[in-house]
Design a protein around this ligand. Structure first.
Ligand code: GLC
Length: 551
């Protein structure tokens, strides 16, 4: 692909912010928009061109903002609409665009739409959510919600069940109803008119329900089946999404990235690229190697070759048409340092190794807040210390499956979404410089050595490695628009690939293992342009060593 055919978002880096945990300025222990404004220069130092904000709309916060009660306002905890406008403007001054999170599969049960919908069976919004009669006094199907328990909740008022893919406070919207779609599209346009640079679209694979609601084969001791198995990526979904694209995205200089659990690499052609519905898709195949169907208490050992294949499959599927977001972390995933490396791996070296893959693959890199510092998982002693609704549900599920409390907690340590949600570590001072008050969630204990202030000063820090990689990426057309070819695909220790434009090729070589590795002879002539170790040896990779070479 020639560089001049590329869009701005294909040549930039995106930074994801979880506002609740980023920077508090009001002194209530919760992050806010002013905190983000104050940190824009820091963000600009990473060479980013867009910030994806997880939801900042009014919300009862059952799922930390993914339960929205008003799609076109700002939650007062985060600030005001004036703060938001200022953020958009101040970001623009630094060449950064703000990207909003659209949560359109479901709303909060406190949204006025749901309050009206549940009031009776014949009000104007009666059909805005998914209602069904009881079957023999029980829920209509055996579907388990993603956050545990039945995906159906009984409404006394309406004497009917409503469907919720996630928590019971997150009722699924009925996309079959054109008025629902119109209302959602209007709210997307509201933000476009404010000058946002694009959208991340939440849980989008669940919006189309199957024509028949039937029981599925149970996959757990509770006799239920994950609703995902029954409703994800259902036939007809693309018709809704084509309409969404036509109504909201076409002709705008923005990007869209859909969260698409349930879409495999070989289907990408229908979702992204010239005939697709989004610009990019977060697909899950490289995230889900480590457990069985997202059941945390059924961990799975995976090999590096599987990770490489998962990533390379998406690359192949979009090689000539379409584009990938490159990501290893987000607000739903454990920290990459813990997740992708052996337990004894040096966290700084591991963070740099992952960064090197992230910033040199073909696609738009997404850095999740704190990833650029090498932030790590937490391991709290009791499930009561966990805020995340999914962590508590997975813990309960594990107990039902017969695990001991200790083993159940261990699976929470490995996979909890709270691992990614601890406050951003700015300094070695009070509350890691996140807030002057007690933070809504405890700070990770390692903030004394893992923090932005310290890392800014250390030339060999993870933070400065990210900055170097970002600058290197911008300066090398190979990394921006070059083709991708995986090297050494069967090697279980090294991830290597080349990126080529015309006659120029760069090669990324990363040792994912904690052992020294000898490279094949053909690597001996490569000139190392950027390396994570001092005095790198041409054919020997030290544990977790990462380098970018000229072929
Ligand atoms: C997505 C979000 C996650 C949220 C869920 C329900 O997966 O990333 O945080 O809990 O959707 O909205």
């Amino acid at each position: 692909m020639a560089a001049d055919n590329q869009k701005w978002w294909q040549r930039t880096v995106v930074y994801q912010i979880y506002p609740k945990s980023f920077q508090d300025t009001s002194g209530n222990g919760v992050g806010d928009l002013r905190g983000i404004i104050n940190r824009l220069d820091y963000l600009a130092s990473l060479g980013i061109g867009a910030i994806w904000l997880t939801p900042i709309y009014p919300s009862p916060m059952v799922d930390n903002g993914y339960d929205i009660s008003d799609y076109t306002s700002i939650d007062p905890t985060y600030g005001t609409m004036a703060d938001f406008d200022e953020l958009v403007e101040e970001a623009h001054v630094r060449g950064i665009r703000i990207v909003m999170d659209l949560v359109y599969n479901h709303s909060s049960d406190r949204h006025q739409w749901f309050v009206e919908s549940k009031a009776s069976r014949d009000n104007p919004k009666a059909d805005w959510y998914i209602w069904r009669d009881a079957l023999d006094g029980k829920p209509p199907t055996n579907w388990r919600s993603i956050f545990g328990g039945s995906a159906w909740t009984w409404s006394e008022e309406r004497q009917q069940y409503y469907l919720h893919t996630f928590a019971k406070e997150q009722p699924d919207l009925n996309w079959e109803n054109p008025n629902v779609r119109r209302a959602l599209f209007d709210s997307a346009r509201f933000w476009l008119d404010k000058g946002v640079g694009g959208f991340r679209i939440d849980a989008i694979t669940y919006i189309k329900k199957p024509t028949a609601f039937v029981n599925g084969e149970p996959d757990g001791a509770d006799g239920m089946v994950n609703v995902h198995t029954m409703t994800a990526n259902t036939k007809g979904i693309l018709d809704f999404l084509r309409e969404f694209k036509r109504e909201c995205f076409v002709g705008r200089d923005i990007f869209t990235v859909g969260e698409a659990n349930g879409v495999a690499a070989d289907e990408l052609v229908n979702w992204v690229g010239d005939n697709g519905v989004f610009d990019m898709l977060f697909e899950f195949s490289h995230l889900t190697l480590s457990n069985d169907g997202e059941v945390w208490c059924r961990p799975r050992r995976w090999k590096l070759s599987e990770l490489k294949t998962a990533l390379s499959n998406s690359q192949k599927a979009t090689a000539t048409n379409g584009w990938c977001p490159i990501f290893f972390e987000n607000h739903d995933q454990p920290r990459g340092v813990n997740h992708y490396f052996e337990k004894d791996a040096d966290p700084i070296k591991a963070a740099k190794a992952l960064a090197t893959v992230l910033m040199t693959m073909r696609g738009t890199p997404f850095i999740y807040e704190g990833q650029e510092l090498g932030m790590t998982n937490v391991a709290w002693r009791s499930i009561d210390q966990y805020d995340d609704i999914q962590s508590r549900a997975q813990y309960e599920f594990a107990l039902k499956e017969g695990l001991t409390a200790e083993a159940a907690l261990e699976s929470v340590h490995d996979f909890s979404r709270d691992n990614a949600r601890t406050p951003m570590q700015w300094t070695a001072g009070l509350n890691a410089g996140f807030s002057s008050a007690r933070p809504w969630m405890p700070v990770n204990e390692n903030y004394l050595t893992v923090n932005a202030e310290l890392e800014d000063r250390e030339s060999g820090s993870v933070l400065n490695w990210y900055r170097e990689l970002s600058e290197f990426r911008r300066a090398h057309e190979e990394l921006l628009s070059g083709t991708y070819v995986e090297l050494l695909p069967k090697n279980e220790k090294v991830f290597a690939f080349e990126r080529t434009v015309g006659k120029k090729t760069l090669v990324t070589v990363v040792n994912f293992s904690t052992e020294e590795v000898t490279l094949p002879k053909k690597f001996s002539t490569m000139n190392i342009l950027l390396g994570s170790e001092l005095n790198p040896q041409p054919l020997t990779l030290r544990p977790l060593e990462a380098r970018i070479c000229r072929a």
